[in-house]
Design a binder for this molecule. Structure first.
Ligand code: FAD
Length: 556
């Protein structure tokens, strides 16, 4: 193999993975890793959990040291060295050694951009105050912890309820601070979760004592005379806080690439093809800086650690001359929100609507494992699928077993499976782990029913229904109805339905609901076989009620 010089800019998830893999497949290459910070290969995903003390040992966040990469992989690691310009004409990078200020030029045969993404600091008054933080690096984390320690028991304001906002809010709460979480949109995780699934998280966040302010913006941060901040919201509220964390999003750190004239994608990332090559065949890009092929077509930008490491590994193979094809990102992710977990894969309802393709959705509430076994809990599992049963996306929120089900569906989606394939999957079962019909099978059955003609409606359809043409039918037991109901609904418990069919109109569609959708499904089968037009409220009252309550609080 030729001895080529590969220079990698950025030494964390994408860059460090690439460097180590490249050495494993090319013993001859000269590999130089430039990292402007002090640390390489640290666990950025673990930062919020050290803030909360869940990860007690700060040192455990350092996954690999420059020495390890040097001795084990013979990689020339240069921390504190920042790439400041790329000269594509001469294939050189201009590098600044930060401690000395000395600048030098480094030639390359192949260059890799693994510069990641930077937190956005929106143009809000006071955003540069000492107590207004973002969280990307170890030193960001250290500063947040120091500020929290100076003012125990006081308030922290977290701005933005994406992954990082949710994680840092939970962990500041663990540290004993009162937390206000401010989000401009009407839901948490707006890019990843549907509105109804997010409502389940809203309810839980509030129950944990998080002061959740949706559809609110911060209008300014002001230093208080005796220390701390006042955070003003667009609503006029002013909150006293000991610190604030801006987690309103990140953007690809693509300045070097843009200045070098490399093609950027619509989301501002460095555009790469299925070889992870940029518009210059001597330059690859991986991780959060790269805008990559989307699984199923087009390009996408999903700044997560799994894709960054996968891309790093594949790009190393490509540089070493091995055949690769990057098959794209489908968007699988997970986040812990106190006692709940939210996970998702594929497209959301909003994306599917925007794309204009026909799709159906169902929500089921299967048990994580045998209901009689300690620790079992029901999860909300939502599936989006096309008219032929093709899996388009899935989301789940629950206390346990959510990760496993979304991982199974993510795998099925990747392999082109249909909802009937989900029903047919043979998955492991014993009471501590699952139910004989695994939640994935249950979702497959419910979706298969829809493909074969059963009509389901959503909470939105119920809220917007026309009472002239539809009636609502509650098939729960009287005690359940007494605790909550949808107004103007008829009530016939499922067990009495066959004997009371003459009470129902034959000239209207009957939307049937129960607690989670199972009894309603049975009722729909009875009604349809008796000549009625019926539909099931998918997800039942257990989904409808939190969405309704949430919309009342937040506004539609
Ligand atoms: P980074 O890891 O950001 O590394 C880029 C490196 O490049 C940086 O160290 C930077 O200093 C260096 N650099 C940039 N420009 C230059 C230059 N000009 N010269 C030299 N060096 C340069 N993802 C998940 O999948 N799950 C999670 O739970 C999760 N949690 C997260 C929590 C937090 C707080 C954060 C910040 C991120 C989290 N992520 C999570 C995202 C994940 O960490 C990133 O997707 C991943 O680290 C991206 O890897 P990367 O190599 O592209 O960029």
């Amino acid at each position: 193999m030729s001895r080529k010089r590969v220079v990698i800019i950025g030494g964390v998830a994408g860059g460090a993975t690439l460097a180590a893999r490249l050495r494993r497949v090319d013993e001859q290459a000269e590999i130089i890793l430039l990292e402007r910070g002090e640390h390489i290969s640290f666990a950025n995903c673990g930062l919020p959990y050290h803030v909360g003390g869940v990860v007690a040992e700060r040192g455990s966040l350092f996954l690999s040291s420059p020495q390890t990469l040097q001795t084990r992989y013979r990689i020339d690691v240069r921390t504190g060295h920042e790439a400041v310009r790329i000269h594509r004409d001469t294939q050189e990078v201009e590098v600044c050694a930060r401690t000395t200020g000395v600048t030098y030029r480094l030639g390359y045969d192949h260059l890799v951009l693994a510069t990641g993404a930077e937190p956005i600091r929106p143009p809000i008054h006071g955003r540069d105050l000492d107590l207004v933080f973002t969280l990307r690096t170890i030193s960001d984390m250290d500063r947040i912890i120091a500020a929290a320690e100076r003012h125990p028991g006081e308030r922290a304001v977290v701005v933005g309820a994406g992954f990082i906002g949710l994680e840092i809010a939970e962990n500041l709460h663990h540290r004993g601070l009162q937390v206000t979480l401010v989000e401009m949109m009407d839901q948490v995780l707006p890019k990843r979760l549907d509105r109804d699934m997010a409502a389940l998280l809203h309810q839980h966040l509030r129950s944990q004592g998080i002061d959740l302010r949706l559809r609110q913006q911060v209008s300014g941060f002001f230093a208080r005379e005796r220390g701390g901040l006042t955070v003003e919201l667009g609503s006029g509220d002013a909150l006293n806080a000991s610190l604030a964390v801006l987690a309103v999003g990140i953007r690809p750190e693509a300045k070097l690439a843009a200045e070098a004239g490399l093609a950027l994608g619509p989301r501002g990332g460095v555009l790469v093809d299925d070889q992870l090559l940029t518009s210059d065949p001597h330059i690859s890009a991986v991780g959060d800086v790269a805008e990559v092929p989307a699984f199923g077509g087009g390009t996408t930008w999903v700044p997560l650690a799994g894709p960054a490491q996968r891309q790093g590994r594949l790009a190393a193979d490509q540089i070493a001359g091995l055949p690769i094809q990057y098959t794209g990102i489908q968007g699988t992710g997970i986040v812990k929100v106190f006692a709940l977990t939210a996970a998702f894969t594929g497209k959301t309802e909003a994306t599917l609507k925007r794309e204009g393709e026909p799709f159906h959705s169902i929500v089921v509430w299967p048990s994580s494992n045998a209901a009689y076994y300690p620790g079992a809990s029901q999860m909300a599992l939502k599936l989006h699928f096309g008219p032929k049963g093709e899996i388009l996306g899935a989301q789940a929120v629950g206390a346990s077993g959510v990760d496993k089900r979304i991982d199974v569906i993510a795998t099925a989606l990747r392999l082109g499976a249909t909802v009937d394939d989900l029903a047919a999957l043979e998955l492991c079962y014993a009471p501590p782990y699952s139910t004989p019909k695994d939640p994935v099978n249950v979702a497959g059955y419910a979706a298969g029913n829809v493909i074969r003609g059963e009509e389901v409606v959503t909470w939105r359809d119920v809220m917007q229904r026309d009472p002239i043409t539809t009636v609502l039918l509650d098939v729960r037991e009287p005690a359940e109805r007494a605790s909550d109901r949808i107004p103007d609904s008829l009530h016939i418990p499922l067990g009495q339905l066959r004997n009371r069919l003459d009470e129902l109109p034959r000239d209207k569609k009957i939307i049937v609901y129960c607690a989670v959708g199972l009894r309603a499904h049975i009722a729909v089968r009875i009604l349809e076989q008796n000549g009625f037009q019926a539909a099931n409220l998918t997800g039942g009252m257990r989904l409808y009620a939190p969405v309704r309550d949430d919309l009342k609080l937040v506004g539609a």
